[in-house]
Ligand binder design. Structure first.
Ligand code: ATP
Length: 247
């Protein structure tokens, strides 16, 4: 079955270490797909491959029916794949609203090096609803550097949404957040429109089960299991892998 994103037989080696060894992964339109596994299983490496920052030695990556294996992260973002990193990447001296406007500009002015005022206004009009969607209206005028960590994470997601992605790659979005911030983030991620598929890497299994409809488990660079959250939760193989390997 073909999906929005289809990765097949992906292998990445670092010297003698196989970080990924013939991994297949398929993410469908609108799916909430989680990638889990013990430390060193290859989760981040697979996100790097899908996001375009690591070129695999073997395997193919197709997105919306096209081979994107040769495209870098910026070209993939233009096609609709957007990655949220563990450390929120925002412009600290710009306000939350300005950050979203900057992120929206490529969408309203594709492939231009100059920004006509009308287009800038169009980007500004996009910012308000996205900030609201991410619960940031009250801090729209606050410099991003002054926001709490959880708010910066929400801002980064608003910025990613400004590019109108079809697939969001989320790398441990709850890392470093307080319990309250995690609860808020889960609510916001659950409310994301189904037009956006999500591939989530997360160590916290409670979040994985709350947010995903499909789970793929990696171990030692290979796919150990894939299924619904219920199937994964009760899988003896997965329990054993975590008992053996998780920190
Ligand atoms: N740039 C690199 N150079 C050498 N080895 C690497 C590099 N990146 C990753 N690795 C190794 O590849 C394997 C997979 O790493 P990866 O970070 O993808 O795992 P992970 O599942 O994301 O782990 P964690 O949950 O701890 O973040 C690990 O053994 C790691 O040490």
């Amino acid at each position: 079955m073909t999906g929005l994103l289809d990765a097949q037989e992906v292998s990445v080696r670092y010297g003698s270490l196989a970080a990924l060894d013939g991994v297949d992964l398929c993410v469908h339109d609108g799916q909430r797909h989680a990638l889990i596994g013990p430390n060193g299983a290859g989760k981040s490496t697979l996100l790097d491959v899908l996001g375009g920052s690591t070129r695999p030695q073997r395997g193919t990556v197709r997105f919306a029916g096209r081979d994107i294996g040769r495209l870098g992260p910026a070209a993939r973002a233009r096609r609709g794949i957007n990655r949220i990193h563990q450390r929120p990447a925002v412009f600290a001296t710009l306000t939350a609203a300005e950050n979203v406007v900057v992120a929206a500009l490529p969408r309203v002015i594709p492939r231009r090096r100059w920004w006509p005022a009308g287009r800038r206004r169009a980007a500004q009009q996009l910012a308000g609803p996205l900030l609201e969607q991410m619960g940031l209206t009250a801090v729209a005028a606050v410099p991003a550097g002054h926001l709490a960590h959880g708010q910066r994470r929400q801002l980064e997601i608003a910025m990613a949404l400004a590019g109108r992605p079809r697939l969001l790659l989320l790398d441990e979005p709850a890392a470093g957040l307080s319990a309250v911030e995690v609860g808020r983030l889960v609510e916001l991620l659950q409310a994301l429109p189904r037009a956006v598929a999500v591939l989530l890497v997360e160590h916290r299994l409670d979040l994985v089960y709350a947010l995903s409809d499909t789970v793929t488990v990696l171990r030692d660079g290979r796919t150990l299991a894939a299924g619904t959250p219920d199937e994964i939760r009760t899988s003896p193989l997965v329990r054993q892998a975590y008992a053996d390997g998780v920190a």
